[in-house]
Design a protein around this ligand. Structure first.
Ligand SMILES: CCC[C@@H]1OC(=O)[C@@H](C)C[C@H](C)CCCCC(=O)CCC[C@@H](CC)/C=C\C=C(/COC)CC[C@@H](O)[C@@H](O)C[C@H](O)CNC1=O
Length: 156
């Protein structure tokens, strides 16, 4: 149950930051935080990453519901007793739900984290995307750990 609180925290932080951007910034408005590195730019995305599949909301609902139900199933079964596994799933769960709420009520996703560190044309993203990406990375680390553990036990 504790791990769901991580997802809840991600959702609340994600929705609060998006709500603040929507309330205080015009679309397209940009606030410089660190010159040439980091800006807050109010942006909307009707698609997935990089604006893929723009407007395909039903597809996004279906994918998100599959992702969310898969995660809850894994949290109740395979991830039992594996903290890193649980935490990575909780981050992905929080991110997926955060963007799902936007897609449901706004029919688009609010983005505002505008960086030039990852390469000039890196898309503008949000807290939910960050949680999803962190969750995916942690999941890979977890899978790598599991694989190594099996290797060691095989060879003793
Ligand atoms: C992060 C997944 C995108 C997120 O997926 C979601 O919601 C999930 C739960 C449901 C989608 C319907 C399906 C995802 C398809 C997978 C995908 O797309 C592969 C992406 C790779 C990814 C590593 C995992 C790299 C990085 C992306 C970005 C930067 O992330 C830090 C760009 C974010 C900006 O394009 C921003 O405008 C996006 C906008 O906020 C809507 N966000 C979504 O669709």
């Amino acid at each position: 149950m504790g791990y769901y609180l991580i997802a809840l925290f991600v959702i609340i932080l994600d929705q609060f930051t998006k709500w603040t951007v929507v309330r205080n910034m015009e679309i397209g408005e940009s606030i410089k935080i660190i010159d040439h590195f980091f800006y807050l730019t109010s942006h909307r995305n009707k698609g997935a990453a990089w604006g893929m599949l723009e407007g395909q909301m039903w597809l996004f609902y279906i994918i998100t519901l599959i992702v969310v139900s898969g995660i809850i199933y894994y949290m109740q079964t395979q991830a039992k007793g594996k903290p890193l596994f649980q935490v990575s799933l909780a981050f992905i769960l929080g991110g997926a739900v955060g963007n799902f709420i936007d897609r449901l009520f706004r029919k688009e996703v609010v983005d505002f984290l505008d960086t030039y560190i990852f390469g000039y044309d890196f898309p503008i993203f949000n807290i939910a995307d960050s949680a999803l990406t962190i969750g995916v990375i942690l999941l890979f680390i977890q899978m790598f750990k599991e694989e190594r553990k099996e290797k060691v036990s095989e060879h003793g």
